[in-house]
Ligand binder design. Structure first.
Ligand code: SF4
Length: 492
């Protein structure tokens, strides 16, 4: 069988690859006699030694070898992207199963790719990783990776992931840990499914695998389950209501501190922000979160980090750029209280007129309160309702701000992999395919993405002053990090 290899898409002018006669359309077959499997594998092989012996195939099927003194660096090629692997699970709370019908196809992709886990911190249940792939992770030192454990009790895990072959997660984890791979772990918690004794066992098993040096469970986060209104034909799963969230917070907050102490001062057990927002409680102080904000993308510490940054920003000279601005900030119900407090403080300090309105999620159901799952139509509806409530004037605000996280793909990491980390779709498209320019045109005022903090937001408002974010001008660069809570539980 012909060797597969990876196709060369572009060759940098003047690069070692060009000097060696490698051209776009060629296929990189081997480096040092080892088959090139994908981009990540190319990076590993090419940087392993100061010199690289390549075997390359031309489009006509002929092959040649090139011996390059590359000093352990890349040789100036861009390789074809790989197809994302698809998961083999059937999780009872899988977000893809709970999607309303009619969204773009990529949102229904059940991706689960350990390469994305390494590159972007996506969580994987390891269902698409057989022993050969686990060994590859070890060989290529793809560390740390992020693993959705959910439960270490095999019976409970099978119940959660809906796959009788995937009960024994500890076997896979131990293979990685023994190979020196560090792992961040999470459990999406649903009442009656994997809480109580099952959660305690998960906690104990994973804590027992924390160690000094390489091959350690670096953290364990717990995230409350997220359910949409679209669960027809799916197993019954109990939602985390405010009472359950309050109990969880009061039971586990002291434990977080205990584990932090036992872990030499670095938080190890992590509670997602959503426990606090669902419980209607203030998020804890900085010391509750890891020094490096571990699992931030999983919704752990986002609110606290935003509050900390805002406090510093409001005291800075740049904050005066908000003076006099009349801005409507739309966000999800869970983030609205914290954002409102920050807006009020900014208004008091610099004389701005920022107002925060929580937008209801009609697309996924009102129980979905995270900003990242708001659709364009939900935001449009909230803005129109606000304008009506304020007397219906066309210039009722200077700008409408939408959560950056609502503009990024959340179940379409193919896009992320292809775009190498640029998580905001360039054209500014919401989940329901409405675009930011369309929203702005409908509202008659600029619509701008929030960015990750007030400083980003001001940059965006000033860009809007100059005419950016209108019509085709959206390609102007804007901050890509999301301001609001990400999907958290929706991306297990
Ligand atoms: S939640 Fe993730 S791992 Fe589970 S079925 Fe859905 S895509 Fe697969």
């Amino acid at each position: 069988m012909a060797q597969k290899g990876v196709q060369v898409i572009t060759v940098e002018p003047g690069s070692l690859a060009e000097e060696a006669g490698i051209r776009p359309g060629d296929t990189l077959l081997e480096i040092h006699g080892e088959a090139v499997l994908d981009q990540l594998n190319y990076q590993f092989l090419i940087t392993r030694e100061d010199q690289a012996l390549l075997r390359v195939r031309r489009p006509d099927g002929s092959t040649f070898e090139a011996d390059l003194e590359n000093g352990g660096e890349g040789i100036g090629v861009d390789l074809a992207q790989d197809e994302v692997k698809v998961c083999k699970q059937n999780c009872v709370f899988c977000f893809v199963h709970q999607m309303p019908k009619g969204f773009r196809k990529s949102l229904y992709l059940k991706d689960e790719d350990v390469r994305l886990s390494f590159l972007y911190g996506h969580f994987t249940t390891l269902s698409s990783s057989d022993d050969a792939e686990l060994d590859r992770i070890v060989r290529e030192r793809l560390s740390p990776i992020h693993v959705s454990v959910h439960a270490t009790d095999p019976v409970a895990r099978i119940r959660v992931v809906g796959n009788p072959r995937e009960g024994d997660i500890l076997r896979k984890l131990d293979r990685l840990l023994a190979g020196g791979i560090d792992v961040h772990t999470q459990a999406v918690v649903a009442p009656g499914l994997n809480d109580g004794a099952i959660w305690q066992r998960t906690l104990d098993d994973l804590w027992a695998r924390r160690r000094e040096g390489r091959g350690s469970v670096l953290s364990l986060s717990c995230v409350p389950v997220g359910l949409t209104a679209h669960r027809e034909g799916l197993p019954d799963v109990q939602d985390v209501d405010p009472a359950f969230a309050r109990d969880w917070v009061s039971r586990w907050t002291p434990e977080v501190r205990k584990y932090t102490k036992d872990n030499g001062g670095e938080p190890w057990l992590l509670l997602a922000d959503e426990w606090f927002t669902r419980a209607g409680l203030e998020v804890p102080g900085r010391g509750f979160y890891s020094g490096s904000w571990a699992q931030l993308e999983n919704g752990v510490g986002l609110v606290r980090r935003f509050l900390e940054h805002s406090r510093r920003f409001i005291k800075s000279p740049k904050a005066k750029g908000f003076a006099g601005r009349r801005v409507l900030l739309l966000t999800g119900a869970s983030f609205a209280p914290a954002l409102s407090r920050v807006a009020a403080e900014l208004n008091r300090t610099v004389g701005s007129h920022l107002r925060v309105v929580p937008a209801k999620n009609f697309s996924f159901g009102e129980t979905v309160t995270v900003a990242g799952l708001l659709c364009g139509e939900d935001l449009k509806y909230a803005a129109h309702a606000d304008r009506e409530a304020k007397g219906g004037r066309a210039d009722w605000v200077d700008a409408v701000v939408v959560p950056s996280s609502s503009l990024r793909t959340h179940t379409g990491p193919t896009d992320q992999y292809t775009l190498r980390g640029f998580v905001v779709r360039e054209e500014g498209t919401f989940l329901d395919d409405l675009t930011l320019p369309q929203l702005a045109a409908d509202l008659g005022v600029p619509a701008v993405p929030s960015g990750a903090n007030l400083s980003h937001l001001l940059d965006h408002l000033q860009a809007a002053d100059r005419g950016a974010f209108r019509g085709g001008a959206l390609r102007s660069a804007f901050h890509t990090a999301g301001l609001n809570l990400p999907q958290g539980a929706y991306n297990p």
